[in-house]
Structure formats: structure tokens, C-alpha cells
Design a binder for this molecule. Sequence first.
Ligand code: ADP
Ligand code: MG
Length: 707
Amino acid sequence: MSDMINVEELFGSRVFTVGKMKERLPKQVFAEVRRVTEQGGELPLATADVVAKAMKDWAVENGATHYTHWFQPLTGITAEKHDAFVSHPDGEGRMLLEFSGKELIKGEPDASSFPSGGLRATFEARGYTAWDMTSPAFLKEDATGVILCIPTAFCSYTGEALDKKTPLLRSMEAISQQALRIVRLFGDNKATKVVPSVGAEQEYFLVDREKYLKREDLIFAGRTLFGAPAPKGQELEDHYFGTIRERIGAYMKDLNIELWKLGVTAKTQHNEAAPAQHELAPIYETANIAVDHNQLVMETMKKVAGRHGLTCLLHEKPFAGVNGSGKHDNWSLCTDNGVNLLDPGDTPNANIQFLLVLACIMKAVDTHADLLRQSASDVGNDHRLGANEAPPAIISMFLGEQLDDVVKQLVETGEAAHLIEGGKLETGVSTLPDFEKDATDRNRTSPFAFTGNKFEFRTVGSADSIASPNTTLNAIVAEAFCEAADTLEAEMAAGKAFELAVHDLIKEYMSRHQRIIFNGDGYSEEWVKEAERRGLPNIRTMVEAAGTLTTDKAIRLFEKFGIFTRVELESREEILYETYAKTVNIEALTMINMANKRYIPAVVGYTKTLADTVIAVREAGADSSVQTELLSEVSQGLAAARKALKELERVTAQAVAMPDAKAQAFFYMDTVKRAMDALRLPVDALEMLVDKKVWPVPSYGELIFEV
Ligand code: ADP
Ligand code: MG
């Protein structure tokens, strides 16, 4: 078979893997690279030169002409600037391809056009990229040719992080240090680090590219800003896990191949709840690599779609009234000797290390629910959170029946003597096996759910980088571990028995933070009230969440572990306001544009047709009352749309003129968005009245059912 896929051969073929380094580098150099990768430190320039040459040779053998420092500025996507391997021709005019250790390790892109939130004074345009040795270099191939991509961190001249990778790496060091203190107390003297593992399930929509190109809202905003609902939605639930259509299947196959080449372990694929919605999940890996890979997944999804005449929409809410997209961030902690700290084992009630870890996570999530909420906010996600399809904006934890019961016993009596067993699930068919029932049941409505040996943070938006959620998780749990270790170490020094000290601490933390546990329906109105009674924050929007970054509590946390400085936090808050204002501004302008140039002219034309018809029918002596009535309804809709359009134009102009970023963001949220909704209403109503033949853009039905 000619198109047989050899996954073993494909996998990692475009990655400068550890295996390839081992093959191509002198033994000593390889050992040095491994040491720095594992333990940190700097690679001497002479060594870096050797690595750079090997990397370049491999890249050139595979067709590369350029290299780039690939980084993740605060835009949430990745950035690259290509440099060819070319150098000065020699005396005879021959080209020798060059790539030095210095070029590998450090870059100096002009950074003045990336968001910096005031971090880098405008006259200081320099930014530096530094090679992140923990994430492997890879080759990107597209119409530009083959580019060697070197994952890098991006900092300002004064060392402030201008990107999402630097704080993530800092947070990974923090949690490793603090988690090590915990496992040491439990007698593990072998582990040398603790690494957060992350698996991100990515949801996405595919629409036909021809239809996509007919809608400015999809082009400019990534989501529809107008559109009457289709007669059919997802009520039949016939899409979720449904058979994958040929065209989509061909896309998924191609996508997998591209991802495998890049070393991304694309594993699971299926249709999602909404029509035209799908999901891809890779196998989990080290947080830092998982973040890089998720960026590659998103990029590749878009790129491959083009080849199939499709467009991939990663927006959290491409279609009003249709299920939106998210990204489940699965997170756990593993020692480098293979122990998952979140694995409860068969008897979690007796596993005191696990119970302490769990107690610390309860404390972390309860103390910093606001920060966790913030870490998952982006402009698109505001359309999803709390909208009965995604977890609410209120952060709570779900533990499942068994663990929940263990926590209750510990809180009430200080002991967890018994364990609710999963039991057997009888199929009732003699030829089918009975299953052991999983005692960690599922709850799809919880934002932060324990699922067996990991937590699944489900609030994250589909288009967003997963760097912030994981940085935040690492930071808040590092703090809880640190406080627990401080307490335990002090108590033991004072002569208290370790077992007793741990036992008391677990009880204390679980009692104090039990309010964060919620096992009921997170979509319900009662939960909103109950959460309020419990004092849990309900931060409904991104703009309101931004301020959580600069509370005293947040600054103390992030500065203590060297993850963000106060200045870095302030700049991030500022960028969030700017991003919000800019995004909503684009949406508003797109609506104004579409209303002025598409909808209103189309409807005006239609009223003329109707008016001509009325006259003609009347002249012919027939009853023209239906035509007259329709004309009157359409004209009224047109007037309403025009009025709303003028109002949107007015408030948008007012918003643009506002000098203060925070006030401006709030104004876009409170006033401009309302004016946008007010314009959408009459236009969508007109779509239901006007002849389909004259409607200027593809409908929801055509977009989501005709792919
Ligand atoms: P679901 O039922 O939620 O779809 P899956 O079993 O498909 O769950 O796993 C979802 C994601 O969680 C995958 O990316 C998977 O690799 C990841 N995952 C599994 N175990 C862990 C773990 N211990 N730590 C982090 N992620 C994990
Ligand atoms: Mg899941």
C-alpha cells in the first residue's frame, strides 16, 4: 500500500531529539548538554559551537535554509524571525553555511512591536531570546521552505520576562524545589526533581474555506458576530463521538502525520458536542514541552486545514448558541524516579503522602481561586464561562465520591478508617466481562476535577496558550507545599512525631479549605448562590479578573518564588486590558463594516424588490396585503438595525478616545459590547425574514452543517 503510514519512522523525524544528539555529538559534549538540560546552568560557548554545528548539519540535510529563535510573546501565539544560514562567500565566491554557538544560545530580535505593558520603554527596543534547552529544536516546513526552530525564552534588556515561557520555567523550578521537600520528609532521598506533567485536550471547529472567506467576522474576529440560529443545533447529540466524515477524516489523518513528525504524541481524536466541532488529545509530557507542543498543535491545525479547503477555528465561541471550545489542561506531578504524587494508590485513605498533597492542593486552589480563574481568561473565553456549556467562572474542586468521603472522615474524626469501594459493574451479558467500577467518577461540570491520578483544569479557553494556567498551578501549589514543609520541619525540630504532625496538618488544611470542594451541578443557578454563601469568588469576565494579578496576595506569592516581579505582574495586567480593548474594538469595527457594506445594502435592495412587487400586484388588481406587510416588517427591521449601527459607531468612537487602558477595557465590556448585541439582534431577525438568495453571507446552517 503506497499510503501506508509508518508511525515509528515518522515520529520525531523533524525533531533534533536526544537520540539524534547522542548520535551526532561527541560523547563529552553530549554529556554536558544532558547535564545542563537536567540540572540547569550554562553551556560553555565552545560546547555550544559544537552543538550548533551538529544541529545545523542535521537541519540542512533535511532541507533547512533558515533558523529562527521561536518564542512566545504575550500575544499568546508564537513569534519567529528567520535568518538564513548563509554567511560571507569565501574568496572564490563559494557559500559556506554557518551557525555558531552564539547564534544558537542567544538572539536579539527587535522587540519594540510586541506587547510589553510598559515594561520596555519605547526607546529601548531590544529584547533577547535565550535557548530553552529543555525543549527540543524542530523543523517547520511550509511554503517558506524548511526552518530550524529553536525554542527560546524572551526577556528584556533588564531581564524582565516578555514572554510566557520564562515564568513557566521559573514556576517549574519552584514547584520542583518545594515538592522535593515534601517527598524528602516522606523518606524519598533518591528523587532529584519533581516535574509537572501536562496533557492538553484541544477542541476546534472546521468550516469550509470558501464559506469562511465570505464572512469578514470570521476573517477578522475568528468568530461570527452575526447569524441567526440554524433550525438544527446539537439537540439530537448525534455529533458527539459520531462517525467522522471522509473530508474531516482526511484532515485528521494529515494532521496526525504532521504532528507526529514534530514529535507531538497526537493520540485521541473524535467529534465533539457541536456540529463541525472536534477534539485532539496528545499524550501528556513535561509541562514546558506540553506548552510548546500545544502551540504547534494549534498552528498545525490551521495550516493543515488550508490543504483540505477548510479553515480551523480555534476561537472559544465561533457561533452563538452553539457549544464553544475549550482546552482541558490535565496536570500532575511526577518525581524523576517515577512516582506520581497524585496517584492515590488502591487505598488513598491510608496513603498519607497523597493525602497531604491533596490537602495542599485544596489549600492552594481555595487560597488562589481568583488567580486560577484569571489564568484561564482570554477575550473569547468570556463567551463560554458560566454559559451552561463550560464550567462556571467560579473555581471549585471535584474529588469524586470516594475521595470526597475520605476528606469528610478526616475532617470529622481525624481518621479515614473506611473506603467506599468502586464495586463491580455487571454487564448482564455472559459473553462480556464485568468491569471493576472506577471509584473516581466523572463530573463534567466541574472546573477542576480529580480524574484518577491527575487534575483536569477545564476552564482554559481553546485559543489560549496553556502557559499561564500551568504557571499559576505550579506557583500556587509550590506555595502550599512550602508552607506545609515549613510547618512539618519546625514541628519535627520541636520534637513532634512526623506521623502525628502530618496527620494534624492534613486535618487542618482539609477542614479549613473544604469549602472549595463541590460535587454537584456546576451549571446550576443554586451553585452560584451556594458559592457566594461559601465566600468563593465569582469573577465573571476577563477584565474583572485582570486585577487579581496585582493584589498583595498575588505579588507576595509570585515574588516569593521568583516567578514574576511586581513590575512583571503590573505589565501583564496592563496588557490584558489593552488586549481586551483591541480585540473588542476589532469586533465592533467588523460589525460596523459588515452592517454598512453588506447587510444594510442587501436589505435595502430587498425592500425595493418588495415595493416593486407590491405595486405590480396591486396594479394587477390582486390582494397585496402580504407583500405590504412583509415590506413593512423588513423596513422596520432595517430602521432598527440602522439606529443600532449609529449607536455602535458612536460608542466605539468614544471608546477609542479613552486614554486609560483599564477604564477603556471596562467601557468596551460594559458599553461597546452591549451596543454590539443591540446591532446583532435586528440583523439576525432580518436574516429570518429576507429571501435567502439575497442574504450576503453564508448562514449558520451552511457553515456548521455543510462541511
Ligand atoms: P478524558 O476522558 O478526559 O478524555 P484521557 O484519558 O483521554 O481523558 O486523557 C486526557 C489527557 O490527560 C491526555 O492528554 C492524557 O495524556 C492526559 N493525562 C493522562 N494521565 C496524565 C497524568 N498523570 N498527568 C497529566 N496528564 C495526564
Ligand atoms: Mg477530558
